[in-house]
Design a protein around this ligand. Structure first.
Ligand SMILES: Cc1ncc(COP(=O)(O)O)c(C=O)c1O
Length: 388
């Protein structure tokens, strides 16, 4: 197939569309990362990130993917053999658990059917049973990108407080940061993991940790081996806006611009925009007569919607048709949802007409691919978008 006209629709749940303002910022000439101008940029970015994480504590930035930021969190806070309570909310929870196991941590991995978030009542029961405080950390994926279920982190914090358990609370916000309301300080989270390529509207390449005082204290005695990910030299050099090794200079230009864009729109408005697009998408799915992957109405994700395919129909065949005919990329089913579900990303630099185009591509694609569905999902979404 030759060149395509018009813009590609990148509606996977990250990496997301990078706004022109951010692309222009990234294209500026690379500067001396040990010079005075860089120090100012470093400080601005680190202070801006505190607003995004809603914390007064430190945030650090690694040149890494999100997986690196997971590893950073584990090696800075835990020791070999430490017990960690995790929840199998989907594919990314499984991958994070595997990282923990490779470091010799002992994981209590609570199963789910991959159609909901982590259950605060189960967390409470497990922690209440643990009178000896063997559990050193509770690790939760806030927004499970493989399913579209958002765990109730504030509820899990309350459960921990009710039983007075001292475990660290570690949260992955890789696909929720800057898109779904998230409060590192208010919710008493100890380490939050984020990355650049989702709600922060940047290309991949930056991994983030936000760090509480308690986590910083824990890092003084944590014994997992660490070098590249060590918070100590990072936080020391960050005080003047510098880094212990070469940072991803141009991505930091982009991060400064992206933070500015989010703050100009106002975080409340950014979250409301995501909630509204998610609601319109769910109405479309319902009108099509299909099921969302997430089954708990309290936990529907505002950044993506996972859609179950009718039995006997392959989600990847539909995605192929949609890509070839309409130049629209949808997220594939991951892990046990491979072929059974597809994912519509509605996060980042995104608006009503982009959602209308995306849902139209899905509806037309289903007709072309011979997927059984009821017409009218797009209309249901448009009604929702034009009513509010
Ligand atoms: C919730 C979540 N955690 C972790 C990761 C891993 O991040 P990365 O692929 O950048 O290493 C992803 C990637 O999509 C994710 O969605």
């Amino acid at each position: 197939m030759g060149a395509k006209s018009g813009r590609h629709f990148l509606q996977i749940p990250g990496p997301t569309n990078v706004p022109d303002r951010v692309l222009r910022a990234i294209s500026l000439p690379t500067m001396d990362h040990r010079g005075p101008e860089f120090g100012r940029l470093g400080r601005q970015v680190l202070e801006g990130l505190q607003k995004i994480f809603q914390t007064k504590g430190a945030a650090v930035v690694y040149p890494s993917s999100g997986t690196g930021a997971w590893e950073a969190l584990l090696v800075n806070t835990l020791s070999p053999g430490d017990k960690v309570l995790m929840f199998e909310t989907g594919h990314f929870a499984v991958l994070w658990k595997d990282v923990a196991l490779r470091f010799g941590l002992s994981v209590d991995f609570v199963p789910t059917d991959w159609r909901r978030g982590a259950d605060p009542a189960v967390a409470e029961a497990k922690l209440a049973e643990d009178k000896a405080h063997a559990i050193k950390a509770v690790a939760i994926v806030h927004n499970e990108t493989s399913t579209g279920a958002t765990s109730r982190v504030a509820e899990i914090r309350k459960a921990m407080d009710r039983v007075g358990h001292p475990a660290l609370l570690l949260v992955d916000t890789i696909s929720s940061l800057g898109s779904i309301d998230y409060r590192h300080d208010t919710w008493g989270v100890d380490v939050t993991v984020g990355c650049s390529q989702k709600g922060l509207m940047l290309p991949p390449g930056l991994g983030l940790n936000a760090i509480s005082r308690k986590a910083l204290e824990a890092s003084k005695t944590a014994r997992l081996p660490r070098s590249y990910w060590d918070w100590e030299p990072m936080l020391r050099d960050n005080q003047a806006g510098f880094f212990p090794y070469t940072p991803a200079t141009n991505l930091l230009y982009g991060l400064k611009e992206a933070i500015q864009m989010l703050l100009e729109e106002g975080l409340e408005n950014v979250f409301a925009r995501h909630n509204r697009h998610a609601e319109a998408t769910r109405r479309a799915v319902r009108a099509w007569g299909l099921e969302t992957v997430c089954q708990n109405p309290l936990e529907h994700s505002s950044v993506l919607t996972g859609v179950m395919m009718p039995a006997g129909h392959d989600a990847d065949k539909l995605r192929k048709v949609v890509l070839e005919r309409y130049d629209l990329s949808l997220g594939t089913g991951l892990g046990r949802l491979k072929g059974k579900a597809f994912r519509i990303g509605h996060l980042g630099d995104f608006n009503d007409l982009m959602l209308a185009g995306t849902l139209s591509g899905v509806e037309m694609g289903m007709a072309v691919a011979g997927v059984p569905f009821t017409k009218g999902g797009v209309m249901a979404a448009l009604d929702c978008l034009s009513n509010k």
